[in-house]
Every structure is written in structure tokens, then in C-alpha cells.
Design a protein around this ligand. Structure first.
Ligand SMILES: [Zn+2]
Length: 375
């Protein structure tokens, strides 16, 4: 067993302030590499607790491959507290979402090595990974938030497996993966017991972390169709239910499920056992109804997580406290699609346009917001 700890200093512009990333490295490096990070959206506590349980399990495991674990991926965001309220999703300095606008290394890598790629996939993977590291080293960045993103991508970009641990508002356990990685990711989905996997086509996502790990391979495949360029990185965003779902037993079970998956992929030694039976489906992100509040007011839900609704069903009501008469106060909220209610708003006073809930269906939903991942 090998366990090393690294600390990566972030160059904070503030005098007297220094932040760092804590990085655990496990394994002998003789097999596949997995990279796991928790809570790049710094307030997503369920991810932190799962990372804690993973640390315990990895410390006891035989790891012929390599596992890199970053147990808190966003020390910048962790510090963003204003009068007791934590704000960990967007960088207060820039306003940019910590999990969007990741560096896109595609052009730099293509320019450096695209034409030189050949017919041997293994050789190409090694060449591209080296070029990704060089492209990252060549980025010019000044802000702490940008340095953080580049540091995290630098730890992940040569991994075979990338698990970016998040949570949603109130939600069922689900994954986001690039559509091209399905059914490759079906064992991850099954081992975790996901209620749902959402398949992204890569457009309009603002380059989230998982996409930043896969976009180089996708771009090279498109630009050099004759070359042997595999999907060398299985990257997934893992939504570990909702913000308040911080439960020791559930987190331990999630960590055990991740270990089972890492065994199945040969990163960690040992028998993963049979692939669990699961009921959850993989559905296109375009088929999710992102239902927004049609009015401002108090939201009362007519549905619960896990409910299956029909198109046109009422999922919630918005109660307007400014209505002159109680009889005029309620606005019904309808589902634009048939499907599974997998995410609900956690706030109960919504402004017009805020998310009420998400319903995952099978057919693309018309008149959706342009950026399906939102901000
Ligand atoms: Zn998140």
C-alpha cells in the first residue's frame, strides 16, 4: 500500500493569505488511474463526507493502479461566507461558477500533436495526455479561481476515470456523463445505484469539469477521423442527492459503491462482485423538463422526489403573498413532459424564473433554456 500526501499552493493575491489543495495519492501506478474530487461547488457537503469515507477505504486497499483523491476541491469557495451564509457555487471575485468555464485544452493540444497522431491508440493516448499537461502549463492565469481550476484539471487530465462529486438542491442520486460515454459508464451507474444518468451532448454546458476532461478527446476525434483516438477518459459528475442529505451511513455506502466500481475497472485490487441490478435509466439531458416558477411566491409542491408524472400534471403551486384576495393567490405549475421527478428546489420562496423542479423524460422538451446545465 502506498499513500502520499501533496499540498498544492494556490497563489492568493491577498497579503497574508495562503490557500492550498490537499491531494491524496494512492497506489503503485501499474494500472488505470482514477481521479476523485469533492465539492468543487464548495457548499456541497455530501460530497465532502463521501470523500472522507473513500479516504478510509483507500487507505486499507491494495491499489495496483492509482487513485488521486482531492477531499475538498475548492478552498477558495469554502472561505466564501457572508454573515453566516455560505456561497460556494460562484466565485465571488469574478461571479463565474466554479464548475463552469474550465480551461478548454482542445485547440492547444490539436495544434501541438493533432497532425502527428497515428493508428495506435495507446501511443496516441500517451501523446495527447502529455500535450494536455503542456497546454495547461502554458496557460496564463492571474486570478485565484482560475489557478484553482487549472490545478484541478492538471491532477485529472491524465486519468482514465474522473469522478467529480457534487450534490443538487433536493435530488435523487444521479450522474451526468457525455452521451458518447454511454453505455461505457453503465457499470458506474449500476454500482452507485443511480436513479438516473443524464447524457449530455456537450453543447451549451459552459465547460463543466467532467466535460473539460473529455472535450479534448471528442474534439480530436472530430478533427482527425482517420486516427485511432479513443474516449480515453470516463468522466462523470456524480450528484450525491441534495444539500441536506448528509448522512454517515449513506456516505459510507456511496464510498463502498465507488470502491466496487474502482475494483471493477482494475484500479483497485479485489473482487467487485456481480454488477448490481438497477432500475434507473440513462436519458438525454434534452429530455429533462427544467421547470421554472411562472410567478414569484411561496412554492408548495404537489409531487415528491421519485414520483413519475404525466405531461400537464401539476407539480407545484406558487402562492403570491401580494394577491389582493386569497382566491387569486395561487398559480399552478405544470410539467411540460412525462417523466421522473428527480430534483426539487430547496428554497421555498421563489422568484419568477427560479427552478421549481426537474422532470426527466424521454423526448426532447420544447422551449427550454438554452444552457441546459444552467449556471
Ligand atoms: Zn455542484
Amino acid at each position: 500500500m502506498s499513500h502520499r500526501i501533496e499540498r498544492i499552493a494556490l497563489d492568493c493575491p491577498l497579503p497574508g493569505t495562503q490557500r492550498e489543495l490537499l491531494v491524496h495519492r494512492f497506489g503503485r501506478g501499474e494500472g488505470p488511474k482514477a481521479y476523485v474530487q469533492a465539492a468543487i461547488h464548495a457548499g456541497e457537503t455530501p460530497a465532502l463526507l463521501v470523500a472522507h469515507h473513500l479516504l478510509a477505504r483507500l487507505s486499507d486497499a491494495d491499489i495496483p493502479g492509482e487513485v488521486v483523491l482531492v477531499p475538498f476541491a475548492n478552498p477558495v469557495g469554502l472561505a466564501q461566507r457572508i454573515q453566516g451564509h455560505h456561497l460556494g457555487r460562484h466565485d465571488l471575485d469574478s461571479g463565474v461558477n466554479f464548475n463552469r468555464a474550465m480551461p478548454d485544452l482542445s485547440d492547444a493540444v490539436d495544434e501541438a500533436v493533432g497532425e502527428g497522431l497515428g493508428s495506435d491508440a495507446r501511443t496516441n493516448v500517451a501523446i495527447v495526455r502529455e500535450a494536455m499537461a503542456e497546454a495547461l502549463a502554458g496557460l496564463r492565469m492571474a486570478r485565484e479561481g482560475s489557478l484553482l481550476k487549472a490545478a484541478l484539471l492538471g491532477l485529472a487530465c491524465d486519468a482514465d476515470i474522473v469522478l467529480d462529486l457534487h450534490c443538487a438542491q433536493r435530488a435523487l442520486l444521479h450522474l451526468f456523463v457525455d452521451a458518447a460515454l454511454w453505455p461505457q459508464a453503465a457499470d458506474l451507474h449500476a454500482d452507485l445505484g443511480c436513479a438516473l444518468t443524464l447524457l449530455e451532448n456537450g453543447t451549451g454546458s459552459g465547460l463543466a469539469f467532467d466535460h473539460a476532461c473529455t472535450v479534448v478527446w471528442r474534439t480530436l476525434q472530430e478533427r482527425h477521423p482517420g486516427k485511432a483516438i479513443p474516449d480515453a477518459c470516463l468522466a462523470a459528475t456524480v450528484e450525491l442527492r441534495g444539500f441536506a442529505d448528509v448522512d454517515d451511513a449513506a456516505a459510507a455506502a456511496d464510498a463502498a459503491a465507488i470502491m466496487r466500481f474502482l475494483r471493477r475497472r482494475g484500479v483497485v485490487a479485489g473482487d467487485p462482485g456481480p454488477l448490481p441490478q438497477h432500475a434507473g435509466e440513462a436519458l438525454p439531458l434534452e429530455a429533462v423538463g427544467f421547470i421554472e416558477a411562472p410567478a414569484t411566491g411561496i412554492v408548495t409542491f404537489r409531487v415528491a422526489l421519485g414520483d413519475v408524472v404525466a405531461r400537464g400534471d401539476v407539480v407545484a403551486e406558487i402562492v403570491d403573498p401580494a394577491a389582493p384576495a386569497a382566491a387569486d393567490a395561487r398559480t399552478l405549475v405544470f410539467s411540460p413532459t412525462a417523466g421522473l421527478v428527480h430534483e426539487l428546489a430547496d428554497r421555498r420562496f421563489l422568484w419568477q424564473g427560479d427552478t421549481v423542479c426537474h422532470v426527466a423524460g424521454r423526448e426532447p422538451v420544447a422551449d427550454q433554456r438554452a444552457n441546459l446545465l444552467g449556471d
